[in-house]
Ligand binder design. Structure first.
Ligand SMILES: Cc1cc2nc3c(=O)[nH]c(=O)nc-3n(C[C@H](O)[C@H](O)[C@H](O)COP(=O)(O)O)c2cc1C
Length: 220
């Protein structure tokens, strides 16, 4: 099948777009209102888009509290949403009133950050501390909501030392969640991870070969 996104003539029960743009990491975004009110919500239109400087972005469908808070205060954190925290993460997506603290709603502990005033989720094994860079409003589709992409510079990174082994982050042990389509999710575990070495280019610059086996620790 093929469909035209301006017509959305896919004929399926639901728009299939998000079931194909997978797996999406979940940014569990904490922010503070100008009045100091704490806020926490998951965003799966979220990703890291550069590592030097480290930059993340997320997209808000409509003007939600996270967007308004971050534009007003200039800071946010993104905690890693993991298998153990899946139900609490989901609870923090409830569209409760502005003054409601989703840390309290979901029984989560705010831990102080080092470089921003916004706390991170203490129960999460890793978090980014972010300084707001800019918002970009996306083109509005017919009958669509406004979508605003928020960019943040990651100024500090928290990692629970228990997940650092032999100088590497043990991502599989953290069991990060990924968002799929519909109400589906996936989880990264050691069993589903695999390694592929980058190709080495031959001396003539026209051939490439890949070394089998574990990574030799060199980025190519
Ligand atoms: C896993 C997950 C991912 C979500 N991703 C997004 C997203 O990318 N953009 C968005 O606008 N809402 C997303 N939502 C819905 C928001 O979390 C929800 O609207 C929340 O109430 C927003 O909170 P806020 O107003 O405090 O920012 C997601 C919900 C869940 C459970």
């Amino acid at each position: 099948m093929h469909y035209d996104t301006s017509l959305n003539n896919h004929g399926l029960k639901f728009n299939p777009f998000k079931a194909i743009a997978v797996p999406r990491p979940i940014g569990w975004i904490a922010s503070l209102g100008a009045d100091g009110a704490r806020n926490l919500a998951p965003y799966s239109f979220f990703n890291a888009v550069s590592d030097r400087p480290p930059v993340v972005l997320f997209s808000s469908a409509g003007r939600k509290d996270s967007l308004a808070n971050i534009e007003a205060t200039g800071e946010f954190t993104c905690s890693l949403a993991t298998w153990d925290l899946r139900e609490k993460m989901n609870l923090t997506s409830a569209p409760v009133g502005h003054g409601v603290d989703e840390f309290e709603l979901a029984g989560l502990t705010p831990a102080p950050s080092r470089m921003v005033r916004v706390p991170r989720v203490a129960e999460s094994p890793a978090a980014f501390e972010c300084r707001y860079w800019k918002s970009v409003e996306l083109p509005t589709a017919p009958r669509g909501e406004t979508h605003t992409v928020v960019f943040g510079l990651v100024v500090g990174v928290y990692i629970d030392d228990a997940y650092i082994r032999d100088g590497l982050v043990d991502t599989g042990a953290m069991r990060p969640l990924a968002r799929l389509g519909y109400m589906d999710y996936a989880v990264v575990t050691p069993e589903v991870m695999f390694t592929l070495n980058r190709p080495r280019v031959g001396p003539d610059g026209r051939t490439a070969q890949v070394d089998a086996g574990p990574w030799d620790g060199v980025y190519r």
